[in-house]
Design a protein around this ligand. Structure first.
Ligand code: HEM
Length: 415
């Protein structure tokens, strides 16, 4: 997976060891200080990790980089046959297929459509935060972040909230499976396949129902595009909806949870944000930089190429470790400091890679921001004193879509 010239400097520790899930940043630092494109040994596999901001950004934006499934090049999913795309979604495609499908979804899921969800988001957040204040505490994951993202995604797609218990399990199996295969157990891979199949069946039934009785939701809009313009297949609609559900649930929930955790661990920043709520959009950007829900994405060299003086052969895979790039002192002054004013400065700080860059830039970024701003802003304004119930935060095993399994917080009095 890496060319011979760099193999000698292989870092011997497992950079994504589960034991370091709660705080992977010291290990990321070792990788960055070893090399901008750092060879890493993981069991039998060797991969290259992009560790600097410049290296991550260059790979994300380089036209020689992509998924490589069409030609069977992707080394992160070695079992996938050439031409097959895992999940079938455009997240796993390169142009021109990616361009066509992304354009179709963008027409049905615009930033304006996301903005229109703001009143609904506020309503859900108000209800959840009021319950937490009454209870004198909450699990931020189970009591705020997850139910919010579930309610929003269900409304957007037109999926009944009552079905959440089934599809949440499937989504979690799929989210775990977004880690490269060498980080997964055989059981994880079996679960990923079963979850993708069950979610697909469920969404197929939903598409059939919406075809007969359309509503004002994304599934119905995609069905209408298919009927009127004959540019989408039924299978593609199901795959697009599965992608949106899988991409929009855990990521957004992790942003809210990681954001609350960062504030509770930096009480001066929490107080500053309470005093100056207008800083909330900038604070959300800082949360995405400081402790991003998407720690890394993967890319494959589609042709022989050179980045930052490092050459790659067609088919070489790179882990774009944005979370390490975000702590790169060459890109962000004092990068280990959590500073809710960092993105309020004019001119703004260098953009973070939390939603990626380039062709695959996150389509749900506006919707994720709306939810994070509302959830964290309302919690700060309505709850009195907020404290971590325990410093010992347990993380789920996911390396790429990283986040706590739960986050227990005590609330004392109304503010
Ligand atoms: C792509 C992060 C929320 C839909 C991406 C990518 C990242 C990302 C890093 C690029 C993946 C890659 O290049 O391999 C996030 C984060 C979120 C979030 C951190 C929340 C904080 C959402 C939401 C939705 C969504 C709410 C939908 C409602 C998508 C889609 C893509 C994508 C459809 C694929 C874009 C493409 O391949 O062209 N997201 N996302 N995301 N995201 Fe998000």
């Amino acid at each position: 997976m890496v060319n011979d010239a760099v193999v000698e400097n292989v870092v011997e520790f497992d950079a994504f060891d589960l034991e370091h899930r709660a705080n992977p940043y010291p290990r990321y630092r070792v990788l960055r200080e070893t090399a901008p494109f750092c060879p890493v040994r993981l069991g039998a596999a060797r991969v290259t990790v992009a560790t600097t901001y410049a290296g991550c950004a260059a790979v994300l934006q380089g036209s020689e980089w992509g998924r490589g499934y069409a030609d069977g090049l992707n080394p992160f999913r070695p079992g996938v046959a050439p031409g097959e795309v895992p999940g079938g979604s455009f997240l796993g495609m390169d142009p021109p297929d990616h361009t066509r499908l992304r354009a179709l979804v963008s027409r049905a899921f615009t930033p304006r459509a996301s903005l229109a969800e703001t009143p609904f988001v506020r309503l859900v957040v108000d209800r959840l935060v009021a319950a937490a204040v009454d209870d004198g505490g909450l699990d931020v994951v189970a009591g705020l972040a997850r139910p919010l993202s579930v309610a929003v995604m269900c409304r957007l797609l037109g999926v009944p909230v009552a079905d959440a218990p089934s599809f949440l399990g499937w989504i979690q199996g799929i989210a775990r499976g977004t880690d490269p295969d060498y980080l997964l157990s055989p059981a994880d891979i079996v679960v990923r396949t079963a979850c993708a199949r069950d979610l697909g069946r469920y969404l197929f039934e939903l598409v059939t129902v919406r075809r007969v009785a359309p509503r004002d939701d994304l599934v119905s809009r995609l069905v209408a595009i298919q009927r009127d313009q004959d540019v989408l297949t039924e299978v593609e609609i199901v795959e697009l909806c599965a992608l949106l559900l899988a991409a929009g649930l855990d990521t957004t929930a992790n942003l809210v949870t990681n954001g609350v955790l960062a504030l509770l661990r930096h009480p001066d920043q929490l107080e500053l944000l309470r005093e100056r709520p207008e800083l909330m959009p900038a604070a959300v950007d800082e949360m995405l930089r400081y402790d991003p829900p998407s720690q890394f994405v993967t890319r494959v060299a589609l042709a022989d190429t050179t980045v930052g003086g490092q050459s790659f052969r067609r088919g070489d895979g790179v882990v774009v470790l944005s979370a390490a790039g975000h702590r790169d002192p060459a890109a962000f002054p004092d990068p280990d400091r959590f500073d809710v004013t960092r993105y309020a400065a004019s001119p703004p700080a260098r953009r973070h890679l939390g939603f990626a860059l380039g062709l695959h830039y996150c389509l749900g970024a506006p919707l994720a921001r709306i939810q994070a701003e509302a959830a964290i802003g309302t919690l700060l304004s309505r709850a009195g004193e907020l404290r971590l119930a325990t410093e010992d935060v347990e993380y789920r095993p996911n390396a790429a879509l990283r986040g706590p399994a739960s986050l227990l917080v005590n609330i004392k009095g109304d503010s």
